[in-house]
Design a protein around this ligand. Structure first.
Ligand code: CUK
Ligand code: CUA
Length: 624
């Protein structure tokens, strides 16, 4: 054991240490132990891998003017935003504010977005971990992206026609929604895992009695975004994925001990993974077998519950080593892969056997020993699984069928290990969670970058590394380092042909009143309120000036009447905290109070034309 490893794991009383991987005949294994030393000493002997000429000829360069082949949607963690990154170039294409506010777009400051954030809980931040694309027939349909807020128990939806957040649901009864996924194959629900156990309802009663805390599993309707039902379980819930047939949702869990401190949570050697039988739960809800808490039907799926007995229990509990982290279901839906975290193994659950049994002897199809700190698994569609090893700082590639045939705990299924820098969480290969993964590229989202970039002060970027995997036949090759602002957890990729982003708004898609140049003007709507309507185009606002009275509540509606792509105008009002973007054919509104008499220059913040600086208007506030 080494000090550095203990720090990496962050776990008092657990000294797992770095295990040298010396799999006979696998060169990458030997390299792994060399790089291991460098990681421990803070040296740079592994840093050369980035500049090594590509042995496979794989290039991630996308020439100027060329497009990437894939969209990557990155969660932004506690920044609250999502990021859109092109693959394979790793160029950041845009950011989508979700749980945060955003000065550049005005998200959170315009009336519609402010109202959505307010009704979605009124928090100024969120912690998004798991972005999920909506599916039809098990493939991405390009309609929506759903993402969790671990901090405040919320689920948000992003409209992929316009790449903007269009709904936020503050799920009742839940604090930390961590795992989040859509129910394959047709997005019947967005599912969420309650990670933090709490009293139900959490109203101060029983607050000091952890025995009465509970974790909930939730289903949200993907269209209405209304919470449909919840299921109460024993232990806690961490991450979730579903089978491909719409029946099973598999949740990992690390606190079967139901403890409130780290020693307690890591005490037992096994924790119960939960397999939710969705149709059985729906039946229980339909039969009225629930308790309503804060307006939501809560079904009892605990082990002792009468609903959970008999031929068709709602939730099956399957003990799995040890405080496991992620669960991912493989492409053909046969197996769920549960990374052992404190166990150096990945447990494969046979989803086809699950209907008849929850006996681990019958449902565990394989358990290869992959390395230290396995957290997440991804797939190339050619029979290989790739698992991130947090402690070993590696991606391990292994053979799924070989793992089924091998003894539990065998290293035989392992094909290759690739060092990453350092301490990976999620890894994701192209379209790995569809029924038809594309292989080719894998991204390792490394939590630490340490010495990989120019020093920028103590808060260092993460390091998202691009690894070429081909169709799974080649050796893995590290191709690029990519710094990431805190803190991506997961990403999801879609081929560019599956996303149909509009370049100009279709005003019919919006209820807001479209303003023409003739509509521009000031209308007094009350003794202390006015509605100002104003167009924008190159290079003028629809009103050269407008006048309001001191104390007026001003509602300012702006339509960008440009029909040309990429001509965005911004509307900024100094000393009123107003700035927002209006894209072609879009209308945005803000409401504010004109408190101080004076002249305020309104200007355009997007550099839209040669006469951009002249694109101005004046708000004149007359003294009352
Ligand atoms: S979690 Cu962060 S590394 Cu929230 Cu999917 Cu595993
Ligand atoms: Cu419009 Cu600058």
């Amino acid at each position: 054991a080494t000090t550095d490893d203990d720090i990496s794991l962050g776990l008092p009383g657990h000294s797992l240490g770095r295990r040298d991987f010396m799999k006979a005949g696998v060169a990458a294994g030997a390299m792994g132990s060399v790089a291991g030393c460098s990681a421990l000493s803070g040296g740079d002997s592994s840093a050369g891998s980035q500049s090594t000429p590509s042995s496979s000829g794989a290039s991630h360069t996308v020439e100027p003017g060329e497009h990437d082949e894939y969209y990557g949607f990155w969660s932004g963690g506690h920044s609250g935003e999502l990021r859109v990154i092109g693959i394979p170039s790793m160029r950041e294409l845009t950011r989508i504010p979700v749980f945060n506010t955003d000065c550049a777009s005005g998200y959170g400051f315009t009336d519609g977005t402010q109202e959505m954030l307010e009704e979605g809980g009124g928090y100024s931040w969120g912690d998004n971990h798991h972005p999920n694309l909506s599916e039809t027939d098990g493939d991405y349909d390009g309609e929506y992206l759903y993402v969790n807020d671990k901090a405040n128990g919320r689920i948000a939806r992003v409209n992929l026609t316009y790449f903007e957040t269009d709904a936020i649901t503050d799920v009742p009864n839940m604090q930390a929604i961590h795992g989040c996924c859509v129910l394959s194959p047709d997005t019947k629900y967005v599912l969420g895992n309650g990670e933090f156990r709490a009293p139900l309802p959490n109203d101060g009663t029983d607050a000091k009695n952890p025995d009465n805390y509970t974790s909930l599993f939730v289903a949200v309707d993907p269209e209405s975004m209304e919470t449909q039902w919840q299921v109460k379980v024993d232990g806690n819930l961490d991450i979730v994925d579903t089978g491909k047939e719409g029946r099973w949702a598999i949740s990992s869990a690390y606190n079967s001990e139901e403890a409130t401190d780290i020693q307690g949570m890591t005490k037992d050697d096994r924790d119960n993974v939960k397999a939710f039988d969705i149709p059985a739960i729906e039946q229980a809800v339909e039969n009225g077998n629930y308790e309503e808490v804060n307006g939501i039907p809560v079904v009892d799926g605990t082990q002792g519950s009468s609903l959970n007995q008999g031929d068709r229990p709602l939730v099956k509990y399957i003990p799995t080593p040890k405080s496991p982290h992620c669960v991912e279901v493989g492409p053909n839906g046969d197996y769920a892969f549960i990374a052992g975290k404190l166990s150096p193994t990945v447990t494969m659950l046979d989803l086809n056997a699950l209907a008849d049994s929850s006996d681990p002897d019958e449902v565990v199809a394989g358990r290869p020993r992959v390395g230290l700190g396995p957290l997440h698994t991804t797939f190339d569609g050619n029979g290989h699984a790739y698992t991130s090893l947090f402690i070993d700082s590696q991606t391990v590639k292994w053979d799924i069928q070989a793992a089924v045939e091998a003894e539990e705990g065998s290293e035989d299924p392992i094909i290759e290990k690739q060092d990453v820098h350092y301490n990976p969480g999620h890894i994701q290969a192209l379209e790995a969670i569809t029924t038809d993964p594309d292989g080719e590229w894998l991204v390792s989202l490394n939590k630490l970058s340490k010495d990989r970039f120019l020093p920028v002060g103590p808060i260092m970027p993460d390091n998202d590394q691009l690894i070429h995997i081909g169709q799974g036949e080649k050796e893995m090759e590290l191709v690029a380092d990519h710094p990431a602002y805190p803190e991506p957890h997961d990403c999801v990729f879609a081929h560019k042909d599956k996303i149909d982003a509009k370049k100009v708004y279709d005003k019919d898609d919006y209820e807001e009143t479209y303003i023409t140049e003739e509509d521009s003007g000031v209308e007094r709507t009350g003794e202390n309120s006015v509605h100002v309507k104003m167009t924008t185009k190159r290079s003028e606002f629809g009103l050269p000036d407008f006048t309001v009275q001191e104390g007026d509540e001003v509602k300012l509606s702006t339509t960008n009447i440009e029909g040309v792509q990429d001509i965005i105008h911004g509307v900024a009002i100094p000393e009123h905290d107003i700035n927002y973007a209006v894209a072609p054919q879009d209308t945005r509104e803000v409401t504010f109070t004109a408190d101080d008499p004076g002249v305020y220059w309104i200007y355009c913040t997007y550099f839209c034309s040669a006469l951009h600086l002249e694109m101005r208007s004046r708000m004149i506030v007359e003294p009352a």
